[in-house]
Design a protein around this ligand. Structure first.
Ligand code: SLL
Length: 146
């Protein structure tokens, strides 16, 4: 595989979750909240140029614990009652670049932010950077395109 010698490219990303309480606790499964976990590029760019798919691995209490999202938005919306760590695994368009994982602890209760509408939601998100050192030629072109 041909690699770009001495080249480094950086892709800024943001990941996190939002959550809102259900109007009332559901008797059938005790669920209290609806939540969305997401991963997105920090910049307004087309991530499909360099991301092939994003895999979210939920708590084992969920049916179909592993959710694969192939097109943006890369997010999973679910309901539940508890907080847990979610593995977010990013696969790249060139399979010669190893997938990388970030871990996000799903929050349902804190931190609360107030929206302009006056509504309160839980919202927590983090900035990170994926650093490609000596990417393959194919990946280098893909990263430049996105
Ligand atoms: C806790 N260690 O005890 C954590 C586990 C699990 C969250 C949280 C719903 C699962 C389902 C759900 O919220 N699981 O009903 O499918 O807090």
């Amino acid at each position: 595989i041909e690699r770009m010698k001495k080249k480094t490219l950086v892709k800024p990303i943001v990941y996190g979750n939002t959550a809102t309480p259900l109007l009332q606790k559901r008797d059938s499964d005790q669920h209290t909240h609806q939540w969305t976990v997401f991963l997105k590029p920090y910049l307004a760019e087309d991530p499909t140029k360099w991301i092939r798919k994003v895999q979210f691995k939920l708590h084992e209490s969920y049916a179909n614990q592993t959710r694969i999202i192939e097109t943006p938005p890369y997010e999973v919306t679910e309901t539940g009652w508890g907080e847990f760590e979610i593995q977010i695994r990013i696969y790249f368009v060139d399979n010669n670049e190893k997938p990388i994982s970030v871990f996000h602890y799903l929050r349902l209760f804190q931190p609360v932010v107030e929206l302009p509408s006056g509504k309160s939601v839980v919202c927590t998100e983090f900035y990170d950077e994926i650093i490609f050192q000596e990417p393959t030629v194919q990946m280098y072109r893909a990263l430049q395109a996105g």
